[in-house]
Design a protein around this ligand. Sequence first.
Ligand code: UDP
Ligand code: MG
Length: 352
Amino acid sequence: MPLPAPSLSVVIPCYNEMDGMEELDRRVTSSCAAEAGADYEIVYVNDGSRDGTWSALERLTRTDAHIVAVDLARNYGHQIALSAGLRFCRGERILILDADLQDPPELLSPMMRLMDDGAHVVYGQRRRRPGETLFKKGTASAFYRLLGKLAEIDIPPDSGDFRLISRQVLDVLNAMPERHRFVRGMVSWIGLTQVPILYDREPRFAGETHYPFGKMLRLALDAITGFSIKPLRLASYLGLLTSALSIVMVCYTLVAWFLGDTLVGWASIATIVLVIGSVQLLVLGVLGEYVGRLYMEAKQRPLFAVAQVRRSEPYPAHSSPSPPLGGEGRGEVGHGAVTRTDDLSRMIPPRI
Ligand code: UDP
Ligand code: MG
């Protein structure tokens, strides 16, 4: 018998978060219990951690039937790990949280009240972010401003993925097949009533950020290419600019030729070659970003593969409007209140 869908799910992607796991689970559990009694689930997604995160999650599933632990087959990155958790969760309302306690789970309660008042999305907007480097804050702020200028939809600045969303929003989100995912932008794209809740972002509870500059840059490129084609127009704008400059240059060249002044000018030639060369490479690079993404999308691979799923009760089959991935008959495996493991062949997600 499939279990009824819980009223609340919390989805938490975890990568090398072993040291903060117990504290995280304690705080999330107490917030959920205060809001939903026993009617909740916490979906932890282990994104190919190299430390003891998976063992810590396994331990938690042994003692707490509210916990679902999903072990991805490798490290897919934050946005895919989050998307995997969103496919597995079954709740009517879904809280998205980071594992490092930078975003306080205690905000669940005011978020729920805003949703009671009709919001479909309640997103955390950061007032302050102590404990993060000036570089991180500066680049994040520059990125949100640039995205605001380029994106064709309004993506609220200074907000991460920390948010409470309704099942209606999640069903649309789960139906979006793209693999270069910028989840907060995809949620904004959906629309419906979306309201902010202001909060101060805490420093990490344990460990270090898993978003070094390279990963941040990739996320920024996914966000910009995912929500704007304006960079493709760069070629036209730069083409217009260099054409205008070349008219001036041709006039100068002709005058110089008539005056017999043709030998001087190596500096201008070198400048032109460098400018045109770099403009062409820049435009090719921008084109490449889009073409590469088209290529990856064209393969239509599944977003992720799952090694195993653990919880202390049988995993319910098709009990939610958007059933978690993993093939048919999930509920047939495992019975009673024992921790169980699904085998890999069942856990390759179908195409969406
Ligand atoms: N994370 C993940 N896979 C990764 C990197 C990060 O699942 O490859 C998780 C991480 O455990 C955390 C969340 O994504 O729960 C956000 O990561 P982090 O706190 O390092 O980012 P920051 O807050 O510094 O932007
Ligand atoms: Mg963090």
